[in-house]
Design a protein around this ligand. Structure first.
Ligand code: G3P
Length: 216
């Protein structure tokens, strides 16, 4: 499973990349706002310079023609910039048009198997079901991942399933067991993934025994 880092925070990306855990990056307007950078194209270029894998940057236009123009502008930032397009009726038109130009698209804000099927038929490189936001309203986000993996497998669709809106380690592990291609993970969850209380307890015991040995 590939790990993308779901942040626009350059320092966090650099730290996780150095650990070998960053195959790509996803951003969105909310993450850009959190990073406090208005020069979003410059920031996307800086992320692309740092990470050689796919880096998603999202359009804010809502009409197809404007989404396409904005997508073309974003794609010119780097050859590994992936254009993120919201999964609306207008978005589908933009996904198809950009994909025909060989611009890779990440279809975002996917909440149903129907949306996932449509974005794959439109040629999206990635489909991003938002599992955490479905959980938030009492649905089962991971059930959607299972449905999308099944549908894509059934028809040999090449669109990669990207688990998004990840809130905790189980979203990543369940996604991996279901065969999802990618999880985009907030830095906080990367830290949670490595933690285990028995590791901490075992290490404390080893260090205490080592100290006793030194005291003779
Ligand atoms: O990749 C999409 C992600 O950023 C959305 O996450 O936590 O805002 O639902 P969240």
């Amino acid at each position: 499973m590939k790990f993308f880092i779901d942040t626009a925070d350059l320092e966090a990306i650099a730290e996780i990349k150095d650990m070998g855990m960053c195959d790509g990056v996803t951003t969105n307007p909310s993450l850009m706002a959190k990073a406090g950078r208005r020069d979003t194209d410059v920031l996307l270029r800086e992320i692309c310079d740092l990470v050689q894998g796919p880096v998603s940057g999202e359009v804010v236009a809502t009409e197809a023609d404007e989404m396409i123009a904005e997508g073309e502008r974003l794609a010119a930032i780097s050859d590994h910039l992936v254009v993120k397009i919201p999964t609306t009726y207008e978005g589908l038109k933009a996904i198809a048009a950009l994909s025909r130009q060989d611009i890779r698209v990440n279809a975002t804000l996917v909440f149903s198997p129907a949306q996932a099927l449509l974005v794959a038929k439109a040629g999206a490189a990635y489909c991003s079901p938002f599992v955490g936001r479905l959980d938030d309203i009492g649905h089962d986000g991971m059930e959607l991942i299972e449905q999308v993996v099944t549908i894509y497998g059934e028809y040999g669709l090449e669109t990669e399933v990207l688990v998004a809106s990840v809130r905790h380690p189980n979203h990543v592990i369940e996604g991996a067991m279901m065969g999802a291609d990618v999880a985009t993970i907030p830095p906080k969850v990367i830290k949670q993934l490595v933690q285990h209380p028995l590791t901490d307890k075992g290490l404390a015991a080893f260090l205490a025994d080592w100290d006793r040995l030194q005291e003779g």
